[in-house]
Ligand binder design. Structure first.
Ligand code: ATP
Ligand code: MG
Length: 197
């Protein structure tokens, strides 16, 4: 009966929109840490920035972007929880759903650097192994703590950000190959980010 504990990645983000940098990061961490599944968790109201698009648009784009990968799933926990999204709440929800799993929280170099300002930081550490992936334009500065399990992973560099994708759409520039095809089409269909072409 020696059943293996499931290994579950959790990737939180605003995903406004989700882009190939997010997907490569998740795919690389899944491979390096032998994850059974990666759950993408779009934020409800982000505590640190104002999302441009509604939670529903961001959730649906994340579903479209991950649909073809059998080990990628999307969770609505943060979208459906009223109020601001905190990582502690996200991880506690996932831990409740997967009580026997080992959790791996995936974030980019910039996001992990903000880790010390997270709410309830000492309660967060025991919930997951933290995997910080490299990101072009961001120096990886790890918080100075012994309480946390933080792993660092170099991933193929994709200098893509949602901010740049939004700016390109607004300027009428193409976003093909920066985001999955279905996301390009979804943005055009719903005229997100001032797209009118
Ligand atoms: P924005 O420009 O709106 O902040 P973003 O591109 O930074 O968007 P987020 O939704 O803020 O995307 O990021 C979610 C997570 O994905 C964060 O942990 C972030 O560090 C990571 N991430 C985003 N883009 C990349 C990338 N190109 N390479 C590696 N990690 C990334
Ligand atoms: Mg960001």
């Amino acid at each position: 009966m020696n059943q293996k504990r499931p290994r579950i990645g959790v990737m939180g983000g605003t995903f406004d929109p989700i882009h190939n940098g997010h997907l490569v990061a998740a795919s690389e961490v899944a491979d390096a840490f032998q994850l059974d599944e990666v759950i993408f968790v779009p934020t409800g109201v982000p505590w640190h920035k104002k999302a441009v698009s509604s939670a529903e648009h961001r959730y649906l784009m994340t579903v479209i972007a991950t649909a073809a990968n059998p080990s990628f799933t999307v969770s609505r926990v943060d979208v459906d929880r009223p109020g601001v999204t905190y990582t502690i709440d996200t991880l506690e929800e996932v831990a409740k759903t997967y009580p026997n799993a080992d959790l791996f929280f995936i974030s980019g170099a910039d996001a992990i650097a903000q880790i010390l300002v997270w709410k309830d930081i000492e309660k967060i550490w025991p919930l997951a192994t933290f995997v910080a992936v490299s990101r072009p334009g961001h120096v990886l500065e790890l918080p100075d703590t012994e309480q946390a399990a933080i792993e660092v992973l170099e991933v193929p560099a994709l200098a893509i950000s949602s901010t740049a994708v939004r700016a390109r759409v607004t300027a009428g520039k193409p976003i093909w190959y920066l985001v999955p095809d279905g996301v390009v089409q979804y943005i055009a269909k719903h005229e997100l980010y001032g797209a009118d072409n």
